[in-house]
Ligand binder design. Structure first.
Ligand code: TEU
Ligand code: CA
Length: 554
């Protein structure tokens, strides 16, 4: 398949940007970010090189899990705006060549959702079977697997009927029963509704939990349900994708792509690779990352990995061994208050790397050269830090820092009315903000723009076959991505000392050169295809293999 024929597979080379409307920009001074605010910042995102926005939940919600507790799947939280405002955002984004995907949270509802209220009112309600119930008391002393310490087990008591309902997450999030065909119809209608408003797919929350179906529920093959959802989605919109959250070991994760046909999730976050990457950072040694990348299941042509360094949740380290997790904790979260659930870190990347600009840039350079599609969490492009005064996962969900003005330019409201307070340490808005970095060519923001630009003109990064290139320097990851369109070689130095390395590119035609995409310079291979290079401390280089007559000008 030729890449030039397949640019409709847009997710293979997208730059995804995740944001929560609530914390992005407040247009009416009530302290809460809103859709009109977001619409004003679409140009900013477009200039950054973003091609796909992922909006975190913006639905009506009691907001006891940051909107992941939905009380109306068709609504827009009135604090954030209206359906009209939503459509304006989608349309404006489209106009700038940007697609929008939205969170689809269908493993559970809020306990305030009318379905659950009706289900509780009467055991005979048609909504009773929208949820999962048990008659007998759950075993004593069980822990909640997802939120240890925050929720007690996974069964909540319904006092009226004396039955228990299942909740994989918080007690206020009863699990939907997707073994019930009526629930599946509801889900399809929700998908159809948002597609009709112009979105390009969904980030699907907690997929393995969604497919956890009790034996005897009459669904022998739960993955068939995911295939049904995908078929429906694609009937309604050929460009739409499902980007799934599946935090499982690689061998189990592979099934969620749907085998050779790729008929389940279009993309999945690489949680295992992400965790190995932090172990590599902690050890200043690329070996754990290399091991993970080599263990990644090989994907069909139309599905894709989504790479990320941080997301809105804790930086989970649950797939590392106990001793590896301890190493990462000690390196990046030495204080117990920077950890949560015994498995994760509540910090953003720059503070973990002691604010060292070389390491931060190396980390993002790597993100953009890992085989797959990069996903940024808002604020990463300017190096925002967490607010250490906010406990738990919310520490990284502070308002976007636009300027050094009051509230970082996020809102005109009194600071006490803000949805969340920005940090007041060295990462406060007066030190880290968009306006100042736009003015400074050497800023992280300009650097990230250069990365998105280079990524977007190098489709081999999204499409290519991954190979580690043999060389002598242990602290270096040298890898290549090759596709029909060409080949890129990336070098990343995990250590704080500069290194020199050499390697050979066999089989390249005479006259082949290496174009340094970040530095705009060119290297010539020796007659045997060899090259010797220096990589600075925590340095990085992107080299495009330029073959004579390949016709590439960018
Ligand atoms: O997360 C589901 C989930 O399993 C993660 O929160 C998990 O804790 C993490 O990957 C570590 O293993 C989603 C959302 O991302 C999260 O914000 C919500 O709280 C959760 O669903 C419930 O809807
Ligand atoms: Ca507002």
């Amino acid at each position: 398949m030729k890449i030039t024929d397949t640019s409709d597979l847009w997710w293979k080379t997208a730059v995804v940007y995740c944001l929560d409307v609530e914390t992005f920009l407040d247009s009416n001074g009530d302290g809460i970010g809103d859709l009109q605010g977001l619409a004003q910042r679409i140009d900013y995102l477009s200039q950054l090189g973003v091609t796909c926005l992922w909006l975190m939940p913006f639905y009506p919600s009691p907001d006891r899990d940051d909107g992941y507790d939905v009380s109306d799947f068709y609504g827009v939280d009135p604090r954030l705006g209206t359906h009209g405002d939503f459509v304006e955002v989608i349309r404006t984004a489209r106009d700038r060549g940007m697609r929008v995907i939205v969170d689809l949270v269908i493993n559970h509802t809020s306990d305030r959702h009318p379905w659950f209220l009706a289900a509780k009112r009467s055991v005979d309600s048609p909504y009773r079977d929208y949820y999962v119930w048990r008659d007998d008391a759950p075993p004593k002393g069980q822990k909640n697997a997802v939120f240890p310490g925050q929720a007690n087990g996974i069964w909540g008591k319904d006092e009226k009927s004396g039955q228990w309902y299942q909740h994989s997450f918080y007690e206020h999030q009863p699990d939907l029963n997707i073994a019930n065909p009526r629930v599946r119809d509801e889900i399809a209608k929700v998908i159809g509704f948002w597609l009709q408003l112009g979105i390009s797919g969904f980030r699907v929350d907690a997929v393995p939990f969604l497919l956890e179906i009790p034996e005897g529920a009459g669904i022998p093959e739960p993955h068939e349900l995911l295939r049904d959802i995908r078929r429906f989605l694609q009937r309604r919109s050929s460009e739409a994708i499902l980007l799934g959250e599946v935090n499982l070991p690689y061998d189990e994760q592979a099934q969620y792509f749907g085998g050779d046909d790729g008929d389940e999730l279009t993309m999945q976050f690489d949680f295992v690779g992400m965790q190995s990457l932090y172990l590599s950072f902690a050890r200043k040694d690329p070996a754990p990352l290399i091991e993970a990348l080599r263990a990644r299941p090989v994907l069909g042509a139309e599905v894709q990995w989504a790479n990320f360094l941080r997301n809105h949740d804790e930086l989970t380290l649950d797939k590392l061994s106990d001793s590896e997790r301890q190493e990462v904790f000690e390196a990046f979260a030495p204080d117990e208050r920077q950890r949560v659930f015994g498995r994760g870190i509540t910090r953003r990347l720059p503070p973990m790397l002691d604010g060292d600009p070389r390491r931060i840039r190396m980390a993002y350079s790597l993100l953009f050269t890992l085989p797959g599609t990069p996903v940024l969490f808002y604020g990463e492009e300017i190096g925002m830090g967490e607010n250490i005064e906010i406990p738990g996962r919310e520490a990284v969900r502070t308002p976007m820092q636009w300027s050094h003005d009051r509230n970082g330019g996020f809102s005109d409201a009194a600071p006490s009315r803000l949805v969340a307070r920005p940090p007041s340490d060295g990462y406060a808005p007066e030190h880290v903000n968009v306006a100042a970095q736009l003015d400074d060519r050497g800023s992280l923001l300009h650097f990230i723009r250069a990365l998105t630009t280079s990524y977007r003109i190098s489709p081999e990064l999204g499409w290519g076959t991954f190979e580690v290139i043999d060389q002598q320097a242990d602290s270096l990851l040298v890898h290549s991505l090759s596709a029909d369109v060409g080949k890129i070689i990336a070098l990343h130095n995990f250590a704080e000392v500069p290194v020199t390395t050499s390697f050979r590119l066999a089989d390249e035609p005479e006259g082949t050169t290496l174009v340094d995409l970040l530095e705009s310079s060119r290297l010539t291979l020796d007659p045997k295809g060899g090259v010797e290079l220096e990589v600075p401390a925590y340095g990085y280089r992107w080299l495009r293999v330029s073959r004579p007559g390949d016709g590439r000008v960018t």
